[in-house]
Design a protein around this ligand. Structure first.
Ligand SMILES: [Zn+2]
Ligand SMILES: [Zn+2]
Length: 263
């Protein structure tokens, strides 16, 4: 298993996070020999070391922060300290939106920011070279703070993460051609108010139908998704769309070689 994704946590939104009904740790990707951590929410450092086999943040090559919300960023400083051996050894890359690092209340502190070898601000339509692979942030999502989804281009296929966003026409287009599609699905039914910009099952269904990935993975569950039991909800979705859909579980490892059909 050369390339894989481990969902250290699958909690989305504040009630599931506050009560730790699911873990709010981030997503660790092992891609083309690189270790990349996406959105280190609360508990990420602990979950890395509790993993079997252990995941050591000192071996990270990059941290990607998709947006500054706490469920995505709480552990970012302590993870960067670990990646840079206490900030004493400048190494690794940090990718983050401008409002996460430069606002009057940045979530990434100045001293940790200074310890990475490469700091890149995420922008809509930009592609980032990571040596054996690249990733893009094709568009800005509709979410209360500056937020981007991710599209990884790997030799064997394309893996995309549709991070927190309201559904809107045109959201699917830049993710076309994704073989694996990870969708942050916070709500089962429509969000209770328009200003709550998150995807629900209807939005996930629309994205899966339009993009037609080989595999869709739902994660980042809020309370209503947990009440409907994600593993049951995805069964309906798979039947309706004719596409393989699974619900992420805390600690679940996705073998990308297997999904992409690589030996
Ligand atoms: Zn979130
Ligand atoms: Zn958010």
């Amino acid at each position: 298993m050369a390339d894989w994704i481990k969902f250290l946590g699958t909690a989305g939104a504040r009630f599931v996070v506050s009560r730790q009904l699911r873990s709010s740790a981030g997503t660790w990707c092992r891609l083309q020999g690189l270790n990349i951590l996406i959105d280190p929410g609360p508990g990420t450092l602990t979950r890395c070391f509790a993993s079997r086999p252990k995941l050591d943040p000192a071996e990270l090559d990059a941290v990607i922060l998709t947006h500054r919300h706490l469920d995505h960023s709480t552990d970012v400083n302590v993870i960067i300290e670990a990646m840079t051996q206490g900030t004493f050894h400048q190494r690794g890359a940090l990718f983050a939106p401008a409002d996460a690092v430069m606002q009057d209340e940045p979530v990434v502190f100045r001293h940790t920011r200074a310890s990475v070898e490469r700091l890149e601000l995420l922008e809509a339509g930009k592609e980032y070279d990571l040596g054996p692979l690249s990733f893009a942030t094709p568009l800005r999502h509709r979410h209360p703070v500056e937020t981007y989804g991710l599209r990884f281009n790997l030799p064997g296929g394309c893996v995309s993460f549709i991070i927190d966003t309201a559904y809107f026409p045109g959201l699917a287009d830049p993710y076309h051609g994704s073989d694996v599609l990870v969708i942050n699905t916070v709500f089962y039914d429509a969000p209770p108010a328009r200003h709550i910009q998150h995807l629900d099952m209807e939005g996930a269904r629309a994205l899966i139908t339009a993009i037609k990935p080989r595999l869709a993975v739902l994660t980042h569950f809020g309370l209503t998704m947990l009440h409907h039991k994600p593993y049951l909800a995805v069964q309906d979705l798979a039947e309706e769309t004719g596409i393989r859909v699974i619900a992420a579980r805390d600690g679940m490892t996705l073998d990308l070689d297997q999904v992409l059909g690589i030996d």
